[in-house]
Design a protein around this ligand. Structure first.
Ligand code: ATP
Ligand code: MG
Length: 313
């Protein structure tokens, strides 16, 4: 089995437990929870027993340790997480507006993970891994974008594969060079995991079928569209499979896309039946929303099977 690598932010997340138009209204806050889209993703891959690693950077502090302990317990190789003395681990605050949409407040750029850089350990992982998962959010951080692109080119040149989740928080889209970086990654992508409108990022005109066809025409092997509480769809080889949503109670939707992506990738790399991979990933996304805290709802195989048998639990 190919070893999966991802590169990007490891954070703690503090979550508002009530809706409100500001953090002072959306009290109380809970956390810190282990977080960072690449971290949640790779935690889900590890929980399914697929060999995997993350390259990141944290401070020599409790927030960094919370993440390293969780990821290693779940089977992730953490040798590529650099511990930077005197720096602070990144953080994010999330609150839900009255309409249910989310507002994020990030401390990434000026934290340890804003300075992720190549190290001997990260170089060894780029050489040793056969699959790279790219998160759009990582491309918005200065220098990190270049490092991700370099890893993608090297892994691809060795016959490896690339998955890509644009993961575009509006707060991150305007970063310099972001559009160009997204295009360059797409050109190397084997498995594309957009959520909703991200399907139209590269081709604003047209309907869903047209956008899918255009993307498959660019050489992407599989496209999985995440639709939040409406489930997900898989397109590959003239095949379309839909996964209706599992009827779970949504407590905290943050991280669902990352858990979904990690699970789908694990089964995709294992050459599972596409419909089965989609069903299991749909369960991973559904289970993720039932837990408060973005990484608290990642699942092992038994938990996915149990949810599919009885969504009401
Ligand atoms: P994020 O970026 O916050 O991690 P996302 O936008 O990338 O999220 P979503 O589409 O929100 O990803 O969720 C991923 C998948 O999780 C969905 O396609 C679906 O399979 C599952 N899912 C999400 N929300 C629900 C829900 N309320 N009920 C059932 N399944 C859900
Ligand atoms: Mg997402």
């Amino acid at each position: 089995m190919k070893k999966v690598l991802t590169i990007g932010e490891v954070l703690v997340e503090i979550v508002a437990t009530t809706r409100g138009e500001g953090f002072l209204q959306a009290q109380p806050l809970v956390g810190p929870f282990p977080s960072g889209a690449p971290a949640i993703f790779i935690d889900q891959v590890g929980k399914l027993g697929t060999p995997c690693a993350i390259v990141s950077r944290v401070g020599d502090d409790d927030f960094g340790r919370v993440n390293i302990e969780r990821l290693s317990a779940d089977g992730v190789d953490v040798s590529g997480i650099e511990i930077a003395p005197g720096e602070t681990t990144g953080s994010a605050f999330v609150r839900y507006r009255e309409d249910g949409s989310r507002a994020f407040l990030y401390n990434i750029r000026h934290s340890a993970c804003g300075k992720i850089r190549p190290t001997p350990a990260s170089e060894a992982l780029v050489e040793g891994c056969g699959h790279l998962h790219v998160m759009g959010s990582a491309l918005s951080v200065p220098d990190l974008g270049g490092m991700v692109m370099d890893a993608a080119r090297r892994i691809k040149a060795r016959g490896g594969t690339i998955s890509f989740d644009p993961n575009l928080r509006p707060e991150l889209l305007d970063a310099p060079g972001m559009r160009r970086a997204l295009e360059a990654v797409l050109a190397m992508t084997d498995l594309f995991l957009p959520s909703g409108e991200e399907l139209f990022l590269f081709d604003a005109a047209g309907d869903e079928a047209g956008a899918v066809e255009a993307l498959l025409g660019r050489g992407i092997r599989s496209i999985v569209v995440k639709r939040g509480a409406a489930g997900a769809s898989l397109f590959q080889n003239g095949l379309r499979v839909d996964a209706p949503p599992l009827a779970v109670e949504e407590l905290d939707p943050t991280g669902a896309g990352d858990a979904f992506g990690g699970a789908f990738l694990a089964f995709w790399l294992a050459d599972a039946d596409p419909a089965q991979a989609l069903r299991l990933a749909n369960a991973a996304g559904a289970r993720a929303v039932t837990r408060l805290g973005p990484m608290e709802g990642t699942s092992n195989r038994a938990e996915l099977d149990a949810l599919l048998q009885d969504p009401k639990g």
